[in-house]
Write a protein that binds this ligand. Structure first.
Ligand SMILES: O=C(O)CCC(=O)C(=O)O
Ligand SMILES: [Fe+2]
Length: 419
């Protein structure tokens, strides 16, 4: 988890006379020596945008990315320190009046139903949610990417690692789940993206009855100390269990507990929006009343990770708002249309920002995260007291995204047999 110098390196990369820039240039020339220039011709507009922001060298120009933090003078220190900066004029947006408290609420006319609430989560709440994600959520009985392949300690990988931090001899060895050798399967890592049938109230029973065999654990992973697994955490499930093999919810497993912290924050964010104004140009009313989050995921991105273009279509309710909370390092978020062929809108998401994807267009829009911007941990997530030190060290190279959804439309009574 050594990430010292990450902050320095990130800013040096923007300076062509620096050693870091020259080194990155040399590596880039070496890596691209045999690249076929015609390859790019086949890229869809979404793929081309992903490639552009993913590029390590030269560092991508963010001047065409909407960065709403640039219109908030109270975030200047955060922007200056992180080195990366988008623009407030890159993409057309509209400010709409927030409900009640002095919340800034923006919509983007090119993506009807998309709502952005920059800096919605207070600094203190951000720290609380980072702690919740690591200590309370990424552990039994919530499923994580690591559970598929390892027999994790009940108290979770983070808490186990914390308690051995001052005495490396106590670093617990985590054993692989597989006992029998069998053909190798995919390594623990980012989410696998598979195309699935969009869920609807009509095909719900069929989707629900599709067999959902457990994923086979890898037989190539070795016993590993807890300290090494911490940075391999990629996701932890919220609420209804998700089956990655079929990309459908597995309702037979019942519904996991929805913690009031993300649940209330999600409801507060939706309540802070004047929906009449969001729907102003829409043909129909997308409103479904107060959302009842019952599923979701906490994503843990390390700075080299990306999330490819996808549509979240496993929820039976295709319109109720999906609430997405960003914590830690900033990211480039792309959102386009219902195929990869429309040019996506690039948006810079920073710690504390909330994005709401609502309505039929936006909920079925392709979106993804091609880049985590290294060195952008905001000052309020840096060390304040000794207890925060391990969180700071982890967060230096991490972005956490809490993504909360509502699976069923109001009034839909699913027939679910819990096993
Ligand atoms: O990390 C993000 O901002 C988006 C995550 C996402 O799209 C998802 O979990 O489906
Ligand atoms: Fe998504």
């Amino acid at each position: 988890m050594a990430t010292d110098g990450l902050k320095f390196m990130a800013s040096a990369l923007h300076d062509p006379s620096s050693h870091a820039y020259k080194k990155a240039h040399r590596l880039y020339l070496k890596a691209t020596k045999h690249r076929n220039p015609d390859l790019e011709l086949d890229w869809s507009p979404f793929r081309a945008a992903e490639k552009k922001y993913k590029a390590r060298f030269p560092p991508p120009d963010l001047s065409d990315i909407l960065d709403l933090a640039t219109v908030d003078p109270s975030r200047e220190e955060e922007l200056r320190q992180g080195g990366w900066r988008g623009s407030s004029t890159a993409v057309e947006y509209t400010e709409i009046l927030g409900e009640g408290r002095p919340t800034k609420v923006y919509t983007v006319p090119r993506i009807p139903g998309l709502v952005i609430l920059p800096s919605f989560v207070s600094h203190e709440k951000q720290r609380e949610l980072v702690q919740w994600s690591l200590c309370d959520h990424a552990r039994h009985p919530n499923e994580t990417n690591l559970d598929i392949h390892y027999l994790l300690p009940q108290e979770g990988i983070w808490n186990t690692w914390l308690s051995s931090r001052d005495d490396p001899s106590k670093d617990e060895i985590v054993r692989p789940r597989a006992t029998e050798p069998s053909p190798p399967i995919e390594k623990p890592g980012p989410r696998q993206l598979v195309n699935n049938t969009p869920a609807t109230p009509v095909n719900f029973s069929k989707i629900s009855a599709t067999p959902k065999p457990p994923q086979s654990p890898s037989t190539t992973v070795k016993p590993v100390p807890c300290s090494e697994l911490v940075s391999k955490l990629r996701w932890a499930n919220i609420g209804w269990y998700y089956h990655w093999g079929t990309k459908q919810y597995d309702f037979t497993k019942g519904k996991g507990f929805i913690d009031p912290r993300p649940r209330n924050l999600c409801r507060d964010a939706v309540a802070a929006v004047n929906w009449e104004m969001v729907y102003a140009d829409a043909d129909s009313d997308w409103g479904d009343g107060e959302p009842e989050p019952d599923a979701g995921i906490v994503n843990f991105y390390q700075t080299k990770d990306t999330l490819m273009a996808h549509v979240d279509r496993s929820e039976v309710c295709a319109t109720s708002p999906l609430v997405s909370i960003s914590l830690g390092n900033a990211a480039v978020f792309l959102i386009g249309g219902n195929t990869r062929d429309s040019e996506p809108v690039p948006i810079l998401l920073r710690s504390g920002d909330v994005v709401i994807m609502s309505g039929p267009n936006c909920r079925r829009a392709y979106h993804g995260v091609p880049r985590i911007l290294e060195g952008t941990l905001p000052p309020h997530l840096e060390s304040r007291d000794p207890k925060w030190k391990p969180y700071e060290a982890y967060m230096r190279s991490t972005r956490i995204n809490i993504n909360v959804r509502q699976v069923f439309p109001k009034g839909f009574e699913p027939e679910i047999v819990i096993q």
